[in-house]
Design a protein around this ligand. Structure first.
Ligand SMILES: [Zn+2]
Length: 76
């Protein structure tokens, strides 16, 4: 199985707009992400906490879809 990355949207903790992630940049613990909408700095660790909750739901849904796809491919 290949490693599939799925993206979880990070939302500004102050204005709730989506933080645009430059795909070139990898964020890590302790980083501050500047919101382009309101200019506030978001603590990466806090964002991840929120994203993890969101991601759990997403991952379950995604995993189901992937498994279905896999089966379809296998039994063609
Ligand atoms: Zn903001």
């Amino acid at each position: 199985m290949n490693n599939k990355k799925f993206t979880i949207s990070l939302k500004c903790l102050f204005c709730d707009s989506e933080l645009q992630n430059d795909s070139e940049i990898e964020f890590s613990s302790g980083d501050m992400l500047e919101c382009k909408e309101c200019g506030e700095l978001n603590d990466y660790d806090a964002l991840v906490d929120v994203a993890i909750d969101e991601g759990k739901e997403l991952a379950e849904k995604h995993a189901k879809e992937e498994i279905e796809k896999m089966f379809k491919k296998t039994f063609k």
